[in-house]
Design a protein around this ligand. Structure first.
Ligand SMILES: Cc1cc2nc3c(=O)[nH]c(=O)nc-3n(C[C@H](O)[C@H](O)[C@H](O)COP(=O)(O)OP(=O)(O)OC[C@H]3O[C@@H](n4cnc5c(N)ncnc54)[C@H](O)[C@@H]3O)c2cc1C
Length: 451
């Protein structure tokens, strides 16, 4: 089967890889000059199977209201004159209860476990190196009340097979001695030894290069202009060469949309509505000055809701989510405050470890922003759409790196007529559709498996 994959982030590249593994011919299209130059570029680097709770929980509405006027708040809703934003917001509110939360966690954990195994297989098969650290993730708390809630969260995750250990401050310091300088402000923590970290951009770019070696056609610097349809099925994708301006029509047996947050407008243009909205986040990557003071274990800072990961001789700190449209500016006062907060926090927790000077002070922190393709549930959309031959792999929100290898594999399996070995509610996927050929619109199930 010939497949055109739209989007060369972690999700598109991983999908392409697993399709190639199954003997399909693949073309990958991306408007950037290489893979992973948008949201998969500089995320928090965590393969976070065991810390995967969605933002939508019973406390989220009140917290979001409280945070609305704080420029450094973890979650910031910036109201726009945009129906899609308000619709998404209402759907999000609908998920803010215990029943929905548990249902969503169950699916996210299933995909996480499957994806972790898939990632390990890809690494074993390819030997890709990407500053991987298999040292686990530690979540440290500075407030007793929040730490008291950690046990409840760990017990809930245990129900789904996630092992999250509750640690005293002393135990936490044994797990990660680099926290010593901040120890007097830590009340305790949790630790998930099976989690890991690594550079999503390096991994994705190397996997893309291997896809090319295996015969995939790479159309970088090409923007997707239009998906053409006829009789309820996709018939071609119109792409534009951004260097020459030349248009080209790509015809295939199947098309996969893996365009992150931009999946929504593309799908809308063919009448498919998807609840994916951009959630802007930031990161800062700094040079490590004193490796002895730098953590190996990847970290979650509970007070600021940010994550920190060691990437070779650099440290990256990332986080916060801003719901305010497709704005990727880094030079606004709000963006500057959020980036500053990240860097200041590194200096507070690990003093003297990294070069935290601002550019004005002669430092060179690499600031970055990316748009998480967020669904109200934080569950991605993987599967068939109501348009024949058109598939989707998008909406991975806060966990696209964690779920990348597994999402790519799962979609490739579905398209190949296989049944993935996990309990996950695929988009418009039924046993009938699973057995059928990828291209046939007749195989589309009448109802989606979830809203
Ligand atoms: C601050 C931050 C921290 C994060 N930390 C983590 C973490 O620690 N762990 C984790 O698991 N996840 C994390 N994430 C989430 C993760 O980075 C994303 O879920 C993931 O990168 C999404 O991948 P994607 O392939 O769907 O999207 P993208 O990487 O954005 O890829 C989509 C691709 O589609 C292309 N595209 C879009 N529209 C078009 C068009 N019209 N024509 C041509 N090409 C197009 C883009 O150029 C892009 O390359 C974080 C995200 C942020 C923002």
């Amino acid at each position: 089967m010939q497949v055109v994959v739209l989007g060369a982030g972690i999700i598109g590249v991983s999908t392409a890889w697993h399709l190639l593994q199954r003997g399909h011919e693949v073309t990958i299209v991306d408007r950037q000059p290489d893979a992973a130059l948008e949201t998969s570029f500089a995320n928090a680097a965590q393969i976070s199977v065991s810390y995967c709770e969605p933002w939508a929980n019973r406390d989220a509405p009140l917290k979001a209201l409280k945070w609305m006027f704080s420029p450094t708040a973890p979650l910031l809703f910036r109201p726009q004159m945009d129906l899609a934003q308000w619709r998404w917001g209402l759907q999000f509110l609908g998920q803010c209860n215990d029943t929905a939360f548990e249902r969503n966690v169950a699916q996210i954990v299933a995909l996480g476990a499957y994806s972790h195994a898939a990632l390990k297989d890809v690494v074993a098969d390819t030997g890709i190196e990407y500053n991987r650290l298999e040292c686990g993730i530690a979540h440290y708390y500075s407030e007793q009340q929040s730490f008291d809630g950690a046990a409840e969260a760990a017990a809930l995750m245990q129900k789904f097979g996630v092992k999250r250990h509750i640690l005293t401050r002393e135990e936490l310091l044994k797990v990660e001695p680099a926290l010593n300088a901040y120890a007097d402000r830590i009340v305790g923590g949790t630790f998930t030894p099976s989690d890991e970290s690594g550079d999503a951009k390096v991994f994705t770019q190397q996997l893309a290069a291997l896809c090319a070696q295996r015969g995939a056609q790479m159309l970088f610097d090409h923007s997707v202009e239009r998906i053409e349809t006829s009789g309820g099925a996709a018939t071609a994708v119109l792409v534009r060469n951004l260097t020459s301006g030349q248009m080209r029509s790509l015809k295939a047996d199947a098309y996969v949309v893996a365009c992150g947050s931009y999946t929504t407008p593309l799908m809308k243009s063919v009448g498919v509505s998807v609840p994916i909205y951009p959630g802007k986040g930031y990161s800062a990557t700094m040079r490590v000055l004193d490796p002895a003071k730098a953590p190996q274990v990847s970290m979650i800072d509970d007070s600021m809701k940010i994550a920190m990961s060691r990437l070779g001789d650099h440290i990256r700190v990332a986080g916060t989510i801003e719901l305010g449209g497709f704005d990727t500016a880094l030079d606004t006062p709000l963006a500057k405050k959020r980036c500053d907060m990240l860097v200041r926090r590194i200096e507070e927790v690990f003093p003297g470890m990294a070069d935290t000077r601002t550019p004005e002070e002669g430092g060179d922190p690499q600031y970055w922003t990316g748009l998480r393709p967020a669904t109200p549930t934080n569950i991605p959309m993987i599967g068939r759409t109501k348009i024949g031959k058109l598939w989707i792999n998008a909406g991975h929100g806060t966990l696209g790196w964690t779920h990348g290898a597994g999402s790519g594999k799962a979609l490739a399996e579905l398209m190949n007529g296989e049944v993935p070995a996990m309990d996950f509610g695929f988009t418009r996927q039924t046993p009938v559709a699973r057995r059928s050929n990828a291209g046939s619109p007749a195989a589309i199930a009448p109802k989606p498996s979830r809203a």
